[in-house]
Write a protein that binds this ligand. Structure first.
Ligand code: ADE
Length: 418
């Protein structure tokens, strides 16, 4: 298979890691069994722009079992696990274009490489593939069955494409499924963000002031896990309802201007630009640690930090030291890119099991409903979302109750009141 990866010799190690991740992906296993029999993707080419990890490798195996021709490129230059990329390319019959640390030019060259495979379905994480395809691959548009989108940032971008009339095929917002964001964004980001911070710094979190910017599902997860490790958590929000939730969840809520001089750790999870800016870096304590767990590296105003600094050095892997004029030092993790995927390995496989089950089943849905869906962003069909929850419960050995007939009737009736 044509591929561009770091080193094929890493494939054996990659396969072991993929097997390890796969042990906690039972829902994907169930889907794979059915796909092997039904081959829903026979004759279908799928282009995937995803974090190239061991979990993604397990999605690749399921798409291939369904008969798809698959191309895979990275959705972030720093999240590629080169061993996983090598194993997917060598042993899974997938064309892989992803190298850890690739520059911007290579990143987009790789997106073009999977577009060259003439896909009819896109599976995207952040919407770089969809936006590039709409700008520079318009000849593909007439044959597209549709796409799926993994992350909040991507869904926001796609909605704005749809609003301006630019989106030319239907896309399913996988992120918005309950079995995706309630687990992946909350428990996945929660654990992997703290994992990334700890792997990068080996600092103690207990007893520190830990500032989380954004109280969406990712911010909630990070706040919950930092609190669990013994930090005093401060939440920064712009939405009054979310701010209220954070306050009632037991966190201190304040503006970033006030939190800047208090925090030991700062994590952004908002999806928006320049959330922590030059004026805030100026107020920070010596040794403050800043990082981002949102999709793009735009949440920290890094240009301002560069300009304010008189000296800069890499003090350990994933930790950049910026010395300010008065001698104070600020530590930036993973160059401001997704700390959970750059300094750690992303979400654990048991949550990616559900996220990627959504991807596989929504891709199948696009094939089955060819031509039925209008242009625009669509929710994951409820039956898929609930089916995934049921499969996960079954795999976890958890059984639940069902309504009695009397209860069904009661819920359907309006006559009975006080
Ligand atoms: N996004 C977050 N964590 C991930 C993982 N482990 N694999 C692929 N995409 C991810």
């Amino acid at each position: 298979m044509p591929s561009d990866i770091k080193d094929i010799a890493l494939a054996a190690d990659g396969m072991l890691r993929i097997e390890w991740a796969g042990m906690k992906m039972p829902v994907l296993d169930m889907i794979e069994e059915r796909f092997k029999k039904e081959l829903p993707f026979n004759g279908v080419t799928i282009a995937c722009c995803l974090h190239v990890t061991t979990e993604t490798a397990n999605l690749m195996r399921v798409l291939r079992a369904g008969g798809a021709t698959v191309g895979l490129c990275a959705s972030n230059p720093l999240s590629t696990q080169d061993a996983a990329a090598a194993a997917i390319a060598r042993d899974m019959g997938v064309s892989v274009f992803a190298i850890h640390g690739e520059d911007r030019e290579t990143y987009y060259k790789h997106i073009h490489s999977i577009m060259d495979m003439k896909p009819v379905i896109t599976i995207d994480d952040g919407a770089d593939l969809v936006s590039t395809l709409h700008k520079e691959g318009q000849s593909l548009l007439p044959n597209m069955l549709g796409g799926t989108e993994e992350t909040t940032t991507g869904v926001v971008r796609l909605r704005s494409m749809a609003k301006s009339g630019a989106l030319r095929y239907p896309v399913i917002a996988v992120n918005d499924a309950d079995t995706k964001h309630l687990f992946d964004n909350r428990y996945g980001t929660g654990q992997s963000t703290l994992d990334g911070i700890i792997r990068a710094t080996n600092r103690l979190v207990a007893g520190t002031d830990f500032v989380v910017c954004g109280y969406g599902w990712c911010g909630r997860g990070a706040a919950m896990r930092a609190s669990g490790l013994g930090a005093r958590v401060i939440v920064i929000e712009v939405d009054p309802v979310k701010a209220l939730e954070a306050a009632m969840d037991g966190y201190t809520v304040m503006p970033i201007e006030k939190a800047a001089s208090i925090g030991d750790f700062f994590v952004t999870a908002t999806g928006d630009i320049n959330v922590i800016r030059g004026e805030h870096f100026k107020l920070m304590k010596d040794g403050a640690i800043i990082c981002n767990t949102g999709h793009f590296d735009i949440e920290l105003e890094l240009d301002a930090l560069e300009k304010m600094s008189v000296e800069k050095r890499q003090i350990r892997d994933s930790v950049g030291e910026f010395k300010l004029q008065d001698g104070r030092r600020i530590y930036l993790l993973a160059e401001g890119r997704l700390v959970n995927l750059s300094a750690a390995e992303g979400h654990p496989s048991s949550v990616m099991d559900m996220s990627f089950a959504n991807q596989a089943l929504c891709a199948e849905y696009l094939v089955k409903h060819k031509g039925d869906l209008a242009l625009g962003v669509h929710p994951v069909p409820l039956e898929i979302d609930r089916h995934i929850a049921s499969m996960k419960l079954e795999a976890m050995g958890i059984s639940i109750d069902t309504l009695t007939e009397e209860q069904v009737e009661y819920l359907a009736a309006w006559e009975t009141g006080t």
